[in-house]
Design a protein around this ligand. Structure first.
Ligand code: FAD
Length: 503
């Protein structure tokens, strides 16, 4: 079975990678000779971090068995519930994850919430090592008055709603207003703005939920503002997402040229060097800023000018504004706007921060979405947690002071970075775990692995969902989508999923 697993992935740079067959390579066998039993490893979370960690372990150790526990009945974390429905190419990583799940030494146990259905100490008892890859499921609160008003929600919940995350299906945002304000200027903020403004017929062929599509069809939102405390040089989104926004059909960008004054000189070098003491603006940042500058300052060609003139919707970037309060509507039943403090920049380079000038401004709107970041939750009292940084304290994936416990992905390094970043850091965690295994730092002797945990779960009335169960749900979703020409119609109710599986 072992050779079957890694043939799919080919060779890697990792020095222990066997070229063809594990059994025929004595030196490879010797690497793990101190560990006579099958290493039983479990991973908590089936997002990119969980799957990439599992992939690394299975590929680099010919006997390791990896169980992946996932609280949702379905796998893939933010690839399913975060990545925008109009970016299907990003979801191709699911093919790689599926190959990992098909490896005979890997098992998926969905519908099992660690911390509720089974504890981390119980997992540590049953396995030689436990890897926590449970992501960052909370959002950072704005901590301003009015945040609790109807009409205010987190971008996290909004994304979960349109992507079919069960816990967000009750959100049903009210899109009857003219203007929406997104607080934040990162890629998630751009995703949300794009979904709000994309002509619904363009979303019809995606895997956005039918309920979300129906609401978006009725939307009256015409303008979306993305508000940031700092300036154009500090935006957190990337150039590909910005370019897509600028070219979004039926919309025009609103950028205030005043925000860009002097930026050209800074990019050229002299003024930037003088004011920041940095030698150069990093190249990706330079290209991004140039695109913003061109959009804000240059007169568009005739074709683009005509496109913008006929656009019925608009989006804009509001720089140097810090939210102070969500203003209530006269009846107190909704949001009427956001009070913003005007800011200016202080400090240089990475340390540049926004400080209030004392001026205030009200931005009218009926919908407020906060997109200022995700945050991990602590999972168990026995697992250290840095609540300030929102991560599990660790050194290269080894959880501080807890031998045999590891972490990867957003819970390891904080909620930033794309899937590729998560892959690299998960491989590193896998590498550290295998180093410890080789050095004899993990418990010796056999461990029961899933057998013990299944007995516990069964005694608690928990019915796990296997990967082949997921494949039945997957087939059902694809079949439901076929009638309407969509790639799938996502199942959004866990009870219905379990019912379909006969659980
Ligand atoms: P997650 O993907 O969140 O996976 C964590 C998993 O753990 C989830 O399945 C969760 O259900 C499970 N879990 C949580 N708690 C428990 C528990 N107690 N027990 C068991 N299981 C649990 N990157 C790109 O490259 N391209 C994009 O287009 C892109 N779009 C994005 C859009 C959004 C809205 C967001 C938020 C992120 C996006 N990213 C994108 C970033 C990418 O999604 C992350 O880098 C990646 O998902 C992080 O992986 P993770 O496994 O650490 O976390």
């Amino acid at each position: 079975m072992a050779s079957r697993c890694w043939r799919w992935w080919g060779r890697s740079a990792w020095p222990w990678t066997p070229p063809l067959s594990v059994g025929s390579i004595p030196s490879f066998r010797h690497q793990f000779s101190t560990q006579e039993t099958t290493p039983q490893i479990c991973v908590v979370g089936s997002g990119p971090a969980g799957f990439y960690t599992a992939q690394h372990l299975l590929k680099q150790h010919p006997q390791a068995h990896v169980d992946i526990y996932e609280k949702q009945p379905v796998p893939f974390g933010l690839v399913r519930f975060g990545v925008a429905p109009d970016h299907p190419e990003v979801k191709n990583v699911i093919n790689t994850f599926t190959q990992t799940a098909h490896c005979g030494r890997c098992a998926f146990w969905g519908n099992v919430e660690v911390g509720r259905d089974v504890t981390v100490p119980e997992l540590r008892e049953a396995y030689h090592a436990v890897v926590l890859s449970y992501g960052a499921e909370d959002h950072r609160a704005l901590e301003i008055p009015g945040e609790e008003l109807p009409g205010v929600c987190s971008a996290r919940a909004f994304v979960g709603w349109y992507n079919g995350l069960p816990e967000n299906q009750e959100l049903k945002p009210d899109l009857s207003c003219d203007t929406a304000v997104i607080l934040g200027q990162g890629n998630v903020a751009l995703d949300v703005a794009r979904i709000l403004l994309t002509p619904p017929e363009h979303l019809e062929k995606t895997d956005i939920t039918k309920a979300a599509l129906d609401v978006l069809r009725q939307s009256r939102v015409k303008t979306v503002w993305l508000v940031g405390r700092r300036g154009p040089l500090q935006v957190a989104f990337t150039i590909k997402e910005l370019r897509e926004m600028i070219q979004l059909p039926g919309t025009r960008p609103i950028l205030d040229p005043v925000d860009f004054l002097g930026l050209q000189d800074r990019l050229k070098g002299t003024a930037w060097r003088q004011s920041t003491m940095l030698t150069e603006v990093p190249r990706p940042r330079k290209r991004l800023t140039e695109l913003l500058l061109r959009t804000a300052m240059e007169k568009p060609g005739p074709e683009e000018a005509a496109r913008r003139a006929s656009a019925s919707r608009a989006w804009g970037l509001r720089f140097f504004r810090s939210p102070q309060q969500v203003l209530p509507s006269p009846d107190g039943q909704g949001a009427a706007g956001v009070r913003l403090a005007v800011t200016r920049l202080e400090g240089v380079g990475e340390a540049t921060r926004a400080v209030p000038t004392g001026a205030m401004e009200d931005l009218p709107c009926g919908l407020v979405l906060s997109s200022i970041g995700y945050k991990s939750r602590p999972i168990d009292p026995s697992v250290p947690f840095d609540s300030k940084l929102g991560v599990i304290p660790n050194v290269e994936g080894r959880v501080t002071d807890v031998p045999g416990l590891y972490c990867s992905g957003w819970v390891k390094r904080g909620p930033t970075g794309v899937i590729a970043t998560t892959m690299t850091d998960s491989f590193l965690t896998g590498q550290m775990l295998l180093q410890d295994l080789k050095a004899g730092l993990l418990p010796s002797g056999p461990r029961p692995g899933s057998a013990a945990i299944q007995a516990l779960l069964s005694s608690r009335g928990v019915q796990p969902v296997s990967f082949s169960d997921w494949e039945k749900l997957d087939a059902e979703e694809v079949a439901r989508g076929q009638g309407t020409g969509r790639p799938r119609e996502k199942l959004v109710d866990p009870q219905e999923m379990l019912h379909l599986l006969g659980h």
